[in-house]
Design a protein around this ligand. Sequence first.
Ligand SMILES: Cc1cc2nc3c(=O)[nH]c(=O)nc-3n(C[C@H](O)[C@H](O)[C@H](O)COP(=O)(O)OP(=O)(O)OC[C@H]3O[C@@H](n4cnc5c(N)ncnc54)[C@H](O)[C@@H]3O)c2cc1C
Length: 388
Amino acid sequence: MRDEGNGAIIIGAGLGGLVAALALQRGGVPVRVFEKAGELGEVGAGISLAPNATRALIALGLGPELKKIANSPKGMGRKDYATGVLRALDDSTGYQKKYGAPYYQLHRADLHALLVDAVRGHDRDAIALDHDFVSYAADDDGVAAHFVGGAVARGALLIGCDGLKSVLRGLMWGVDQPRYLGYVAYRGLTPTASLPPGYVTPDAASCHGPGTHFTRYLIRGGETVNYVGFARRDDWVDDGWSVPATVDEVLESFAGWNDELRLIVNNTEAGRCHKWGMFGRKPMPHWTQGRATLLGDAAHPMLPFLGQGVSMAIEDGIVLARAIAKHGITPAALVSYETARRPRANDIVERSAARGEQVHRPSDSTDEMSVGLPPDIFSYDAVNVPLS
Ligand SMILES: Cc1cc2nc3c(=O)[nH]c(=O)nc-3n(C[C@H](O)[C@H](O)[C@H](O)COP(=O)(O)OP(=O)(O)OC[C@H]3O[C@@H](n4cnc5c(N)ncnc54)[C@H](O)[C@@H]3O)c2cc1C
């Protein structure tokens, strides 16, 4: 039995669980993160972090390291899907001035590694691998988490950061399967050196074709082009998170698109093209029961069309730590956390789905799409949002 006494048990060492762990550690709360995988890692894909997320990560003391591993796009463009001609450009260098925090694009694995190091820097035993959470029991004194093989961990609070198929969510609210939402994402990484010099201009851009949508941006100091193409598809059966895909099937889904897309996809690094179906759930009316709560995709899985899934998990982690700092490591802190966070996260779930409809119309919608997202998404400040 691992006994965290007056500490928190976190289930899942994804980006959400690690941010929550770090935020709690910085507030002096003992934390153990239990991860079912035998080794730590993240999928080979890029991620966008809008100012609402970077503001929160900077508040965790990660600013200088984040700057080293992230690309801050100079411009974010909208291109014509058929010709590749630039139709609109957002000068994203202005985000720092406008929102007080930068817009970053980076490799998910680099952010994950940064968080793992930071959490282990506070406590080298903070993350326990090979712990597959199966059940829990709570009483007046605390909560016990049970794992496959019989291991038990005890603490004051249990935080489920176990993703879309959250076991804790099922235990608290009943098991329901995530629904396929009708979109497939194709993701790939292409070495920039395989393209003509200066080809990737501006360094972030997207196009909207009939029922399809393609975004590409530079990561890793401009060495790699990360791309993700979304297509509506009714016949998805695989519920794998990351299924190998071929360049030909991506090109087939984007037939009639511009030369830039074809060249980037054709030069995908071997083994670096994947696809997955988009699954989700309806927004929940509750996240918390007594000493247990949910965070990140476990609480609010969303379609990626506002690029806010991880960002919501990052905001959750900051607010959870602040609620615990205010109310102590008690069930009241979880109520305060949920009260502050659920309306914001559920709103973004709904707006991400609505954005999907807007972006994937049967006709080209490039001219109707604004560059940049609604300002209220970026201006949210998890560090200062009022708590009950
Ligand atoms: C195509 C696509 C593009 C995206 N782009 C962006 C973007 O640009 N910006 C953005 O902010 N978001 C983006 N997202 C969303 C983002 O990927 C998710 O919202 C985010 O990864 C959720 O993090 P999490 O930590 O909550 O869950 P996860 O990353 O799913 O982590 C859950 C962890 O829990 C572990 N676990 C599961 N069950 C158990 C168990 N029983 N016991 C112990 N451990 C367990 C898992 O192994 C995993 O490590 C995108 C998503 C997709 C699909």
